[in-house]
Design a protein around this ligand. Structure first.
Ligand code: HOZ
Length: 429
């Protein structure tokens, strides 16, 4: 595969940006080699600057549920741009997007638009602390909630990819406010509450973990979190930045029937442009300035381009049969990996929720971080490169998710299944 132009650009980028990238996992640190510099995307396909074409299962890490350059989204953004790219004042479109979100997720009675998932989780935690009047929060080992200081503790995703449990630069005093439980293990949560009586403001959880690879909640786990937070006077925050509008129109909270106090969103609600949101029970959200004493703001919050893309995307997702189609595509993707694994005698554990999935190089179920961390990352790296060379682009880390979009066709999935078989075959022991 010719990557000469990408190599040239990467070399220059390395001098100007740490790791040559604007977000660590993109540097291919976990899998080695040169990241192709992408030039164009259309539907389920992307092209790099050297003209190589790939079937894309990265989907910009989740937002592109309609595929690349969806014409309805593109038109909405073009129209919005022609009317002005930013006002820093209220617009009707912000209200439209808020209505689409709150209609789909009724637990969100009142909400704020921000510009990223990181802002959403950071602000939701602040709101919870302010409402409950306590400072500690509980998060889960291997759950990632963006890169706000207090949430970068045992945080999965890029940190796990690069073997860093907790980021440097987070003051110990601050990290001490973050208690870490094990995902899918309610007893670890109960122990933390018992050891920190009346100190925990909230639990923040990815209801479907997506940043240690996809790890679904065990039956009863989310319900148990709901119960313990109610019993202990703490709030339950669902970080649905990945799962929101991905695992169903009503998110993981709709899929599993558990209602959080606060929800964080991002990715899909911006249709591929930078948007985040947080919201929940009105009495909690009334803590936000100017109604309450808790500050949060943003010049580009509710940016008209991003909001227009989000409206277009969520409107499409509201059409009948969309999530059935996404699920069917997800099943095909899963089957593709499983049949390739069977054909080659490879041990692979596939976790999938709807159109999000991860193939772990592991022999047993993956239900928490310690099991995910046991997956064979070297094999994953070889598998990843073999796929890339054959024109299949997937996450450059074992600890991230693959995403299928509505733009993927059965032919794309057949193509990928064939290449996956070759990839597994070529790196058999
Ligand atoms: N770790 C992020 C996704 N889980 C990476 C996002 C990016 O590099 O764009």
């Amino acid at each position: 595969m010719n990557l000469s132009r990408s190599e040239e650009l990467f070399e220059k980028s390395l001098k100007l940006m740490p790791g040559g990238v604007n977000s660590p996992v993109r540097s291919f640190g976990a899998v080695g080699g040169i990241p192709p510099f992408l030039a164009r995307g259309q539907g389920a396909h992307v092209w790099d600057v050297d003209g190589n074409e790939y079937v894309d299962f990265l989907g910009s890490w989740g937002p592109l549920i309609l595929g690349h350059a969806n014409p309805i989204v593109v038109e909405a953004v073009q129209k919005a741009a022609a009317d002005g790219t930013s006002f820093g004042a209220p617009t009707e479109k912000e209200l439209q997007l808020a209505e689409l979100i709150t209609n789909a997720l009724p637990s969100i009675e009142m909400m704020r638009l921000v510009s990223s998932g990181t802002e959403a989780t950071m602000s939701a935690v602040r709101m919870a602390r302010s409402y409950v009047g306590r400072s500690k929060i509980i998060k889960f080992n291997g759950n990632y909630h963006g890169h706000a200081d207090g949430l970068l503790v045992k945080a999965g995703s890029g940190l796990a990819t690069h073997g860093v449990p907790t980021s440097a630069g987070v003051p110990q005093s601050y990290a001490a406010e973050t208690l870490v439980a094990e995902y899918n293990d309610i007893s670890s949560v109960l122990e933390l509450f018992a050891a920190n009586i009346n100190q925990v403001a909230a639990i923040i959880v990815e209801p479907v973990a997506g940043n240690m690879g996809i790890v679904p909640p065990n039956p009863g786990f989310l319900e148990a979190l709901r119960k313990v937070t109610r019993d202990e006077g703490a709030l339950l925050i669902f970080d649905e930045v990945i799962s929101g509008f991905r695992v169903g129109l009503h998110g993981a909270q709709g899929l599993y029937g558990v209602t959080p106090d606060l929800t964080c969103l991002g990715k899909i609600i911006g249709g591929g442009l930078p948007v985040g949101a947080y919201g929940g029970r009105e009495e909690i959200m009334r803590m936000a300035a100017p109604l309450g004493p808790t500050y949060q703001a943003g010049t580009l919050s509710g940016n008209p381009l991003a909001v227009s893309a989000g409206i277009a995307c969520l409107t499409e997702l509201g059409r009948p049969g969309i999530y059935e189609r996404l699920d069917a595509l997800g099943v095909l993707a899963e089957q593709g990996v499983r049949s390739a694994a069977d054909a080659t005698g490879t041990q692979v554990t596939v976790n999938r929720v709807g159109s999000a999935f991860t193939a772990f190089f592991a022999q047993s179920p993956i239900r928490d971080w310690s099991e995910a961390a046991g997956a064979d990352t070297e094999r994953y790296a070889r598998y990843f490169h073999c796929l890339l060379e054959q024109g299949v682009y997937t996450a450059p880390s074992q600890f991230e998710a693959g995403f299928v979009s509505l733009a993927h066709t059965d032919a794309d999935l057949d193509f990928a299944a064939d290449k996956i078989r070759v990839a597994l075959e070529s790196q058999r022991d």
